[in-house]
Write a protein that binds this ligand. Sequence first.
Ligand SMILES: O=C(O)CCC(=O)C(=O)O
Length: 266
Amino acid sequence: MPLTSAQIATFHREGWLFLPEVFGEEEVELLREEALSIYDEHRPEVWREKSGAPRTAFAAHTYNEAFRLLGAHPRLINPVEQIFGEHVYMHQYKINAKSAFTGEVWQWHQDYGTWKRDDGMPEPKAMNISVFLDEVMPINGPLLLVPRSQTAGDLKASHDTSTTSYPLWTLDEDTVTQLVEEGGIVAPIGRPGGVLLFHGNLVHGSAGNITPFPRKIVYLTLNAVSNYIRTPTRPEFIAHRDFAPIVPVDDDALMRLARSHRQAAE
Ligand SMILES: O=C(O)CCC(=O)C(=O)O
């Protein structure tokens, strides 16, 4: 279903949009199982917290069939192309684990801050569209968003290479305080299968997860083809160099794969 004009207006005003129940239980169940087996692999794309628990798995669309189909899924590609008005390619792909008890913080940041400084992306014409694989609750480290902060543009940031295992261009407390005074903080929560998209300059972060409930979210970072990165410094599996437009798969492709896995297991 295309986004309605009211949804597009909300996205442009607030900087984010949540779409519940975009993927069904069978589809999400397969993705959840595949994510767990990827986290068990020892490969350079799987980054770990200081505790050794998985933090994120990069580029799973290049080595896992279920995540390949998700990375080209029309329910994710079409809304972003609708907003940008042009074709998109995959700039980055992550399955963030936020593991039970050990999932660590993501400091306050804007995604475009890192894409610009580390990858040479010309404009904030890229965004994250994410899929909840577990229930995202107020207590298990949901994303915290500062509504309307995308209008502040690209903010001054410092490169934090020590707080977590993942280097990030982060914002200072005064800047975050001021933006929160203006826009508040929201924490989109919801059932597995929900989809959240947010502007590349929207200020966001998340707290650690000390609950027994994991909070896996897949993030597709889709970039407008004309906005391809010019001066990448990060490895290919973090900032992709294949700028070809994504060709969407059939809407039922992931469902069919889930059913074939289930039948093979019966
Ligand atoms: O998964 C999270 O909690 C935060 C992820 C994030 O902020 C990002 O990937 O830019």
